[in-house]
Design a protein around this ligand. Structure first.
Ligand SMILES: [Mg+2]
Length: 190
């Protein structure tokens, strides 16, 4: 079974810390839900990208942002066939190298690929279909719906921004321990 895993807010915190960063710099009181529902809407595209760059330079510390439960289950996950699939915008070569280095340094025997769908100008579900992924682990409800509508099962990590009724084929989980249980259940069904 081929598993795709989103990075931001699935493996490491992003919306809450980025929101806090913007609020501090701009004296605003935005909520992570504002960015999660439409990333460029609260600040506009240009300003968002500018703040994203500043955030990465000044505040971004992946080792502090990665979820503890993901670290715990990683050895189990690493026995499976999985890749990271991110729609991160504006990730330059240096940032990508740092991201890869971070994963290699943090996780023993890390061997996964990291795919950036923005390079290919495709949506995440299109990338998954084209590359025959069976399952996606996500926090974004729109991506989850697109995937399931195209025959890809989804494990959705429960977040304030992805609430609502889920169609069949999307499994809401509270953490990575529960996600691993569902991954194994789906594997056994196939
Ligand atoms: Mg995400």
């Amino acid at each position: 079974m081929k598993i795709g895993i989103d990075i931001d807010d699935t493996v490491m915190s992003f919306f809450p810390v980025f929101t806090q960063f913007c609020n501090k710099k701009l004296g605003k009181s935005l909520s992570p839900l504002d960015f999660a529902s439409d990333f460029f809407k609260p600040l506009g595209k240009e300003k968002t990208i500018l703040f994203l760059e500043r955030y990465i330079q000044e505040e971004h510390s992946p080792s502090q942002l990665v979820f503890e439960d993901f670290k715990e289950i990683f050895p189990q996950l690493n026995k499976k066939e999985f890749s990271f699939i991110t729609s991160r915008v504006n990730a330059n070569e240096k940032q990508r190298e740092e991201t890869l280095k971070f994963f290699k340094d943090t996780f023993e025997s890390f061997k996964s690929e990291i795919y950036y769908t923005s390079d290919k100008g495709v949506k995440k579900y299109e990338f998954c279909v084209e590359n025959k992924f069976d399952l996606m682990v996500e926090d974004n409800l729109g991506v989850a719906r697109d995937c399931v509508n195209n025959g890809i099962k989804v494990i959705l990590l429960d977040k304030p921004w992805n609430q609502g009724v889920l169609p069949e084929g999307i499994y809401r989980v509270k953490d990575w321990n529960e996600a691993m249980e569902v991954i194994e259940k789906i594997e056994n069904e196939n």
